[in-house]
Design a protein around this ligand. Structure first.
Ligand code: GLC
Length: 497
């Protein structure tokens, strides 16, 4: 029998948050979304356990039960099965449960999530079928479990339909009458194109929100935005940027009309994994008071890469998905523009073949200065953060960005575009002695080269550089900050009932 809960959260009762995402570390991680959905629920769960708040929080994470998760050696138990309605035969869903530090994690399986398939398909309509099925199963699950949902918290287009459907059903479904919703926005250009067939199959009606442009009314991500009680971008600056035509993917008028429910919360960083004083992947551990030891990591990586071992030559690193968003082409051009300055560079990442080739050809053109490693190599990235002096991050847009935070924690100073989360996490203020990095405004090689040159000049002023490194390393990017902000938002939404 489905459980019906009419009452709002009782005083002293915990707030129930159903947190659903397409990926979450350590179970499945393809990109930054996986970092966030892996860390944030756990950070919130820990906060609750630490008893900081009077209001309690019962947060549960739901993920698709991909083949890559099924192959892992996890202790899981089957909790329930039910069916998801379609315009033909219902589709069966089975749900499994595991726990991590007491946090409950559910895995949803069913035919639309074939274990042999990759997490993300090249085939958009197969992904739409998978994620819309998953989103609807996530709405069914709490009813079967008899677990009230105060807040439904979803991420990006993959789970946006859950929020849209919640709004559609809450008028007539007493279980969800008081539930509120949040959609966190990690990447706006991915809206769920190719979903029409799946939307029809699962009987999802278009959005009727008058502030949404026509083209967006039957597209998962905008449908989620329109239905959500709150839209949270992954940095305050990105929440502002999407109000402008340059960053909004044509939704600026919509965001403008919905500004009241739009905010930004900067992501945190896993400060246990990314810690130069305990990192087992690096040659020599160090902290901000023993920066001399960082030099040993530098000479080690110079040796590993076959570059001249010289502590005085600034070592620039680029660690990135090879994607137009990340401005790899801008970085390559800026490096060419500054090729007469004394620097060495190591470029690491994989993705777009053209960008991979650009990196490779820079090594061919400047064999004494550049090494390109076209691969996804997390262990090498640790050694590069530890050995590098500067990190290049010329993103065209960057909702939050993680690499700059990791680099700063390792005293590897970012030279980055002043956009989104980069703007919110890096301080470029020469005068007030607060500088933790170097920012440039326009996404072009000249502007980047100028900023890089300023950084290179500063590198030569040894004591000034060390101060920048120490400040960067001291910046607190731990998840607790973001978790507190999200928990306040949960509280506000629930109290507003
Ligand atoms: C996306 C964004 C990136 C952000 C990440 C996690 O990958 O491009 O900027 O850090 O999501 O929110």
């Amino acid at each position: 029998m489905p459980f019906v809960q009419d009452e709002a959260v009782e005083k002293n009762d915990s707030i129930h948050v159903l947190f659903i995402a397409a990926e979450a570390d350590p179970y499945v991680k393809i990109g930054g979304l996986g970092d966030v959905a892996g860390s944030l629920p756990l950070a919130l769960h820990r906060l609750y356990n630490a008893d900081i708040f009077q209001q309690k929080l019962d947060i549960r994470l739901v993920l698709p039960y991909y083949g890559v998760i099924q192959q892992q050696d996890l202790t899981v138990k089957k909790v329930c099965s039910f069916s998801v309605q379609t315009n033909k035969d219902p589709v069966q869903a089975e749900v499994y449960e595991t726990t991590k530090e007491g946090l409950i994690i559910y895995f949803v399986s069913g035919d639309p999530i074939p274990p042999g398939d990759p997490v993300y398909n090249q085939n958009f309509s197969a992904d739409a079928d998978k994620f819309i099925f998953f989103s609807l199963a996530c709405l069914e699950l709490p009813k079967v479990l008899g677990w009230r949902v105060d807040i439904l918290h979803v991420h990006d287009w993959h789970t946006a339909i859950a929020v849209h459907q919640l709004k559609m059903i809450k008028k007539r479904d007493s279980f969800y009458k008081k539930s509120r919703s949040i959609i966190t926005l990690h990447n706006l250009p991915f809206m769920g194109n190719g979903s029409e067939q799946a939307l029809v199959k699962y009987k999802i009606k278009p959005s009727t929100d008058p502030t949404l442009p026509d083209w967006a009314q039957y597209l998962p991500l905008p449908m989620g935005f329109a239905a959500a009680d709150q839209i949270v971008a992954v940095s305050p600056a990105y929440a502002q940027e999407i109000l402008t035509p340059e960053f909004s993917c044509n939704l600026h008028d919509f965001f403008e009309s919905n500004q009241k429910k739009l905010s930004g919360i900067l992501n945190g960083l896993d400060t246990i994994l990314w810690n130069p004083s305990t990192d087992s992947f690096i040659h020599q551990t160090y902290d901000r008071n023993s920066l001399g030891k960082k030099r040993l990591n530098k000479s080690e990586i110079q040796k590993e890469m076959g570059l001249v071992e010289n502590p005085e030559t600034p070592l620039i690193v680029l660690i990135s998905r090879m994607d137009t968003q990340k401005g790899i082409d801008i970085a390559i051009e800026a490096l060419k523009l500054t090729k007469n300055l004394p620097w060495q560079a190591i470029l690491l990442g994989s993705g777009d073949i053209k960008l991979e080739q650009l990196c490779q050809s820079l090594e061919d053109q400047l064999p004494d200065k550049v090494r390109a490693r076209v691969s996804f190599d997390p262990k090498l990235s640790h050694r590069m953060y530890a050995g590098g002096d500067m990190l290049l991050m010329p993103s065209r847009y960057e909702p939050c960005g993680l690499t700059q935070m990791i680099a700063m924690r390792y005293g590897c100073i970012p030279v980055a575009r002043a956009t989104g989360g980069l703007k919110d996490s890096i301080i470029d203020n020469e005068k007030s002695l607060e500088r933790t990095g170097f920012l440039f405004e326009t996404a072009d090689p000249q502007a980047f080269a100028k900023s890089l040159t300023t950084a290179l000049v500063c590198f030569d002023k040894n004591s000034e550089w060390i101060e920048i490194q120490q400040r960067a390393m001291q910046t607190d990017f731990s998840w607790a900050h973001s978790a507190v902000k999200y928990s306040r938002l949960y509280n506000r939404l629930v109290i507003k009932q």
